[in-house]
Ligand binder design. Structure first.
Ligand SMILES: Cc1cc2nc3c(=O)[nH]c(=O)nc-3n(C[C@H](O)[C@H](O)[C@H](O)COP(=O)(O)O)c2cc1C
Length: 346
C-alpha cells in the first residue's frame, strides 16, 4: 500500500504528497488552509473566487485571495464563463502569490450555472477549452480544472472531458466522482475515477467521501494519482496526516467504523476532542487576524457544526457559539466547555 502515498508534481509545482484539500466556499480561507498544511495536506485550494469580481476589484473578493506565507503550495480556484476575464483574474491571482490556478467546472449551484460557470462549463466544452487555453497563455503557473463525473445522475462524461482539458494545456484534474445532479451526497463513482485516470497522462485527483485511508486507497487503486478531501478536513484538518499514515500502514480496514462512502476505518493517529478544541481556538485566532475579532468569529460559524460533531453536549455549545459576537467571548465558551467536560473529552 506504501506506493499509494507519494510525492507528486503538478506542472513545475512539487507536492510533498498526493493528498489535496478540496475547495469549499466559506471554509477554505487562509486561516483554515494553514491548519490543513500543518495537518499534512500536500496542496491546499482556495474557495471558488468570481473572476468577474476580481476584475472589478471587489474588496470582499480580493480578501478571498489573501495568501499566508505558511500555506504553500496553494491553488486559487476561479469561476466564470468569459475566457478573457478568467485570464485576467488568473494574472491577478498569480501576482498575489498563487502557485496554481484552478478552474471550477463542477459547481452545481444554480446561481453559478445560470451564468454559464461551474458545472455549466461541462455542457460547453468549447468554452471550457478556450478558458483553459487563455489562462495557460496568460500565466506562468500550472492550470488545473475541477470537474464532476457527469451532469445527470449516473452519467459519466468525465473521461472525454479530461482528454479535452489535457489537450488544452491543463496540468492536473480534480474529479469529484458524483454527478452535478447528486450535489454532495451518495457514494462516488469508482468507474468514473478509473475511466478518467486512464484517459489522460496528467494527474487526476479523485474526490468524494474520503474520511479515512481505506477510502483514499480505494480511489487511488482505480488509477487516480491523488485524492482531494473536503468535508472530512473541516471536521479534522489533520485528516491528511492520518490518511497518509494509514496508507503507509496498509490502507486500513474497509468495513464498518466511522468512515466515508468508501467504507474505510478512520486512522486516528493524532487528535482527541480536547486537542481539536485547542486547534479550533487557534483557527479562531487566525481567522480574527484575517477578518478582525468580530467578523473572524462570525465567519467561523460555518465550521463549528463540523468541528464539534460527536462531542458530548455539542448542540448546546454550538448554539452558544452561534450567538458569540467576538473572539474573547468565543474563546471563553470553548474553555468553559473544556473545563466542564474535561474528563470526557480529553
Ligand atoms: C460547503 C461546501 C462548499 C464547497 N465549495 C466548493 C467550491 O468553492 N469549489 C468547488 O470546486 N467545490 C466546492 N465544494 C465541493 C468540494 O470541493 C468537494 O468536491 C465535495 O465536498 C466532495 O468532497 P468530500 O466528499 O470530501 O466533501 C464545496 C463543498 C461543500 C460541502
Amino acid at each position: 500500500m506504501k506506493h499509494l502515498i507519494k510525492k507528486l508534481k503538478i506542472g513545475s509545482v512539487e507536492l510533498k504528497n498526493n493528498l489535496a484539500l478540496a475547495p469549499m466556499a466559506g471554509i477554505t480561507n487562509a486561516a483554515f488552509r494553514s491548519l490543513c498544511i500543518e495537518g499534512g495536506a500536500g496542496l491546499v485550494v482556495s474557495e471558488m473566487v468570481s473572476a468577474e469580481s476580481i476584475r472589478y476589484g471587489n474588496r470582499k473578493t480580493l480578501k478571498l485571495l489573501e495568501i499566508y506565507p505558511s500555506e504553500h503550495p496553494i491553488a486559487i480556484q476561479l469561476f466564470g464563463s468569459d475566457p478573457c476575464i478568467m485570464a485576467l483574474a488568473a494574472e491577478e491571482a498569480e501576482k498575489l502569490g498563487a502557485d496554481i490556478i484552478d478552474v471550477n467546472a463542477g459547481c452545481p449551484v444554480r446561481k453559478v450555472c445560470a451564468q454559464g460557470s461551474g458545472a455549466a462549463l461541462m455542457k460547453e466544452p468549447g468554452t471550457l477549452e478556450t478558458i483553459i487555453k487563455k489562462i495557460v497563455k496568460a500565466v506562468k503557473l500550472p492550470v488545473t480544472v475541477k470537474i464532476r463525473s457527469g451532469l445527470a445522475a449516473k452519467e459519466i462524461i468525465s473521461p472525454g472531458l479530461a482528454v479535452l482539458i489535457e489537450g488544452a494545456g491543463a496540468s492536473a484534474i480534480t474529479l469529484h466522482g458524483r454527478a452535478a445532479a447528486d450535489l454532495h451526497g451518495g457514494p462516488p463513482d469508482y468507474e468514473a475515477f478509473a475511466g478518467t485516470a486512464a484517459a489522460v497522462k496528467i494527474p487526476v485527483f479523485g474526490n468524494g467521501g474520503v474520511r479515512a485511508a481505506a477510502d483514499a486507497a480505494r480511489i487511488l487503486e482505480t488509477g487516480c494519482a491523488g485524492v482531494a478531501i473536503g468535508r472530512a478536513a473541516v471536521e479534522n484538518p489533520a485528516v491528511f496526516a492520518e490518511v497518509a499514515e494509514g496508507l503507509k500502514d496498509g490502507g486500513g480496514e474497509r468495513k464498518g467504523g466511522k468512515t466515508g462512502e468508501g467504507g474505510g476505518t478512520a486512522h486516528n493517529v493524532t487528535r482527541g476532542p480536547a486537542e481539536k478544541i485547542k486547534l479550533f481556538m487557534r483557527f479562531l485566532e487566525l481567522n480574527a487576524a484575517l477578518y478582525g475579532p468580530e467578523r473572524g468569529v462570525i465567519c467561523a460559524r460555518k465550521l463549528v457544526g463540523y468541528w464539534l460533531k460527536g462531542f458530548p453536549h455539542s448542540s448546546a455549545l454550538r448554539a452558544s457559539f452561534m450567538a458569540a459576537r467576538a473572539l474573547p467571548e468565543a474563546n471563553a465558551l470553548l474553555l468553559q466547555y473544556m473545563g466542564k467536560h474535561d474528563s470526557r473529552i480529553v
